[in-house]
Design a protein around this ligand. Structure first.
Ligand SMILES: Cc1ncc(COP(=O)(O)O)c(C=O)c1O
Length: 378
């Protein structure tokens, strides 16, 4: 008897497109007919839709999540010599954006259960050079924002949320990621829960003056045309991206629910397979709405890389986010950090592994992922 192996990609954007083709093609045609590629009604429409979705006073579309971070930090006046409080266990862009402005991160280690900033280290990290507090809602779960913002408010420091992986995630108090600090930064990289047809990003803010400043900085600090009172850049969002994102936004909550359903199914399957002594599953803080941009498990550091290889051999997608914490990246060697400086981040980098969690994942595929892991440990 021949058995067909079930393939499980880490993400299946072709399956998503198949369900949206009839909605996406007409808006792309419309843009080509209009030849209005930069800015325009789709960009302003998306900004209005997203300000309403996230719950901010204004939203400003931009060219990527990285540029959203740069815009937010620039608008708050971050410059050479300033410090920004954040964690080293994040995608490089969080730290790269700080460094590109000549500022330096003041790292706080992560909480090993949520992978988010460990609040017990935040107060100590703040000093007279601190300009911004930059928590990252990693993998789609909010940082404890009530506690974090009260610490930041007491120190008079604005909070910029790196919500690149967390659009639609809610904190325990019910507020959405990106509406809980001064500025929220989002990415529409195709693998995000709301992903474009290329790069794109957005900043949201409750502060209309700051929103206006970011809108001006996005377009070379130009206001009015050809008059520049601020030094900005080209951080604009293309009309095609905005149009695709508007189509997808209407489906986003349903996709979050499917991802959450997949997470519950995995929890049941791992338990039924008797794997809970080998595999730690993601911890959800009480009362939060986790959107599972990633479903990240933990295994021992001795087995992690072999497990990755085993799953890849079985055509099961998985990925390590992130194998090197930012304080140990080569390009930041000049900051002088070494192994052991942020032990929880370093441990997570050796033990974690993201599994497929996309909305279209079916029961057979989820079972294949867990069977593949069970086979590895048998
Ligand atoms: C936590 C985090 N911050 C920032 C970014 C940067 O976003 P982009 O890739 O759109 O520039 C990402 C995207 O991968 C991210 O995951």
């Amino acid at each position: 008897m021949t058995t067909t192996r079930i393939q499980v990609p880490l993400l299946d954007l072709k399956a998503q497109y198949a369900s949206l083709r009839e909605e996406i093609r007409p808006v792309i045609d419309e843009i080509f007919e209009s030849q209005w590629f930069i800015g325009g009604p789709h960009v302003t429409g998306l900004e209005e839709d997203l300000a309403a979705y996230v719950g901010g006073a204004s939203a400003v579309g931009c060219s990527s999540g990285t540029d959203a971070l740069i815009l937010a930090l620039m608008a708050l006046g971050v410059e050479a010599g300033d410090e920004v409080v954040t964690t080293p266990y994040t995608f490089f862009a969080t730290i790269g954006s700080i460094a590109r402005l000549g500022a330096v991160p003041r790292f706080v280690d992560i909480d090993p259960e949520t992978y988010n900033i460990d609040l017990s280290g935040v107060e100590k990290a703040v000093n007279e050079r601190t300009k911004v507090n930059l928590p990252v809602h990693l993998f789609g779960q909010c940082v404890e924002m009530e506690a974090l913002t009260s610490l930041a408010d007491a120190a008079g420091i604005p909070v910029v949320e790196d919500a690149a992986q967390a659009i639609g995630a809610r904190d325990a108090g019910g507020g959405k990621a990106g509406s809980l600090g001064r500025v929220g930064c989002f990415s529409f990289f195709p693998s995000k829960n709301l992903g474009g047809a290329g790069d794109g990003g957005m900043v949201t803010t409750v502060d209309e003056d700051l929103g206006h400043r970011m809108a001006v900085l996005r377009n070379h600090g130009m206001e009015p045309k050809y008059y520049h009172s601020l030094l900005g850049g080209n951080f604009r969002l293309d009309a095609i991206q905005a149009a695709v994102l508007r189509v997808k936004l209407a489906h986003l909550d349903e996709w979050h629910e499917k991802r959450r359903g997949n997470a519950s199914d995995y929890r049941r399957l791992f338990e039924e397979a008797g794997l809970l002594d080998r595999v730690s599953l993601p911890k959800e803080r009480a009362g939060v709405y986790h959107i599972y941009n990633q479903f990240v498990i933990r295994v021992s550091s001795e087995s992690r890389d072999d497990l990755v290889e085993h799953l890849h051999e079985m055509d099961i997608g998985c990925e390590v986010y992130y194998p090197v914490p930012c304080h140990l990246q080569k390009c930041f060697a000049g900051w002088g950090y070494g192994a052991g400086d942020f032990p929880e981040s370093e441990k997570a980098a050796l033990e974690t592994l993201a599994l497929p969690i996309y909305p279209e994942l079916n029961d057979e595929q989820k079972a294949a992922v867990v069977d593949g892991i069970a086979e590895f440990f048998s």
